[in-house]
Design a protein around this ligand. Structure first.
Ligand code: ADP
Length: 196
């Protein structure tokens, strides 16, 4: 399966999503993460520590792809609509992470409009959901559902352990922290919706 992660706005958890979905898929079958982000965020993440799957850049991706059952692609931020269409056509599922704020949601809707002409398989993932009493997570979901856009049932909570994991160069489930299990559980739930 080829899963691609894309976003029109930075800082919405695109790389964090690519990395943790690769970690989830690796528990099912050999998985390759292709870091297409110009900031090489996933490659840097792996270089700081160690990841349970292989990470390569876009150029190496072609060479390694055939050896892996699943491929997760982290794309450059802010693709233009044409780039996005090419990306969407080349994968089995396109995931569009969005944080639950007006700016990110409007960037996401703009992206979906670019996809509109395609019958591509895409789904929105809400990330960085703040804890109660904030209702922005629920409100954002309502907005997306009202617009009849496809969205994952699972969502990713805003938890500091994700930043800890990034600094340590590992996925959250490799961190000793009271919230590590909850954080991993968010992406495991997303993963189960993709590949039970
Ligand atoms: P993008 O690839 O969209 O720019 P990143 O995945 O690099 O986003 O995340 C941006 C910042 O937010 C990073 O510091 C990352 O550690 C942090 N982050 C991402 N997801 C979460 C989350 N669910 N909870 C808390 N912090 C997060």
């Amino acid at each position: 399966m080829i899963v691609t992660i894309a976003s029109f706005k930075g800082g919405v958890g695109k790389t964090t999503t690519a990395l943790h979905l690769a970690a989830y898929l690796q528990t099912k079958a050999p998985t390759l993460l292709v870091d297409g982000d110009l900031n090489r965020s996933a490659l840097d993440w792996g270089a700081r520590g160690s990841l349970p799957f292989k990470v390569v850049d876009e150029k190496q991706g072609v060479r390694f792809a055939r050896d892996y059952e699943h491929i997760v692609i982290d794309t450059p931020a802010r693709p233009d609509p044409d780039e996005l269409k090419t990306v969407a056509e080349g994968c089995d599922l396109l995931i569009l992470p969005s944080s639950p704020d007006a700016m990110a949601l409007s960037a996401m809707v703009q992206m979906v409009e670019a996809l509109h002409s395609l019958k591509s398989n895409y789904r929105i993932l809400l990330t960085l959901i703040p804890p109660a009493p904030s209702k922005v997570g629920i409100e954002s979901r309502r907005t997306i559902e009202k617009a009849e856009l496809p969205i994952f049932k699972a969502e990713v909570r805003r938890l500091a352990v994700f930043q800890k994991a990034s600094l340590a160069g590992v996925p959250v489930n490799a961190i000793k922290d009271p919230y590590a299990k909850a954080a991993w559980g968010c992406y495991a739930a997303v993963g189960k919706e993709i590949l039970p």
